[in-house]
Write a protein that binds this ligand. Sequence first.
Ligand SMILES: [Zn+2]
Length: 247
Amino acid sequence: MGHISQRCEAIVLQHTNYGESDMILTLFTAEYGLLKGFAKAARKSRKRFGAVLDPFTQAIFQWKRGRGAFLLLQDAELLNSRFGLRGDLQRLALASYGVELVSLLLEEGEPSQLIYELLCSFLDSLDQGGDDLSARLLFELRLVYLLGYMPHLLHCSDCLKIFADEAIRFDANRGGSLCLDCAGLTGVSIDLGTVGSLARTLKITHRQFEGFSFSPKTLQQGNLILTQVLQQILPREPKSLKFLSQL
Ligand SMILES: [Zn+2]
């Protein structure tokens, strides 16, 4: 393993200064999922890596296997720096949130082609100035779906009755949507139109963000639903969420 050098496209999720001039990076790749990399003298020789090691940047990295799980980064070839994100605090905060969700929910070394594509498309949408609140809901929904944590939407998760023009509630702890008979007082009140809209969204490719503009009600109720679902599966509350809610 020691001498083989590898090349792979990745997004920089995070970088941390180490020692006087080195950097530790968390990279996300389609082939290997999350990877930890070590960039020696990255802060001294900007020529070698330039801005390629900044978060949200997409590049082709070349590395050698180091000791343990760390990769020793040799070279990087910039593909997309997503400069548009840096001029807007709300978009930057959303991008940080998306990246943190991926870091918290994925395992190191686990191939993740679809989630890689999803994250690229989400960051591109924010970079290009798309509807950022719709993009957030789309990203959360698709991430939960691709990870296999999708709750029941269009039928009662207790009695399995398919809803027909009726009031419903949602409780992620009980599997998702509930009819009023089953729900009792648990969960939150949700419009059938909202879960219908979320279910329809999942039929469209995970790469498409352009053209989506959810109504304020769908955004608000969708946020209630996804917040519950994410709370159930996240190991801790994302730090970026606090910042995002302060904006
Ligand atoms: Zn029921």
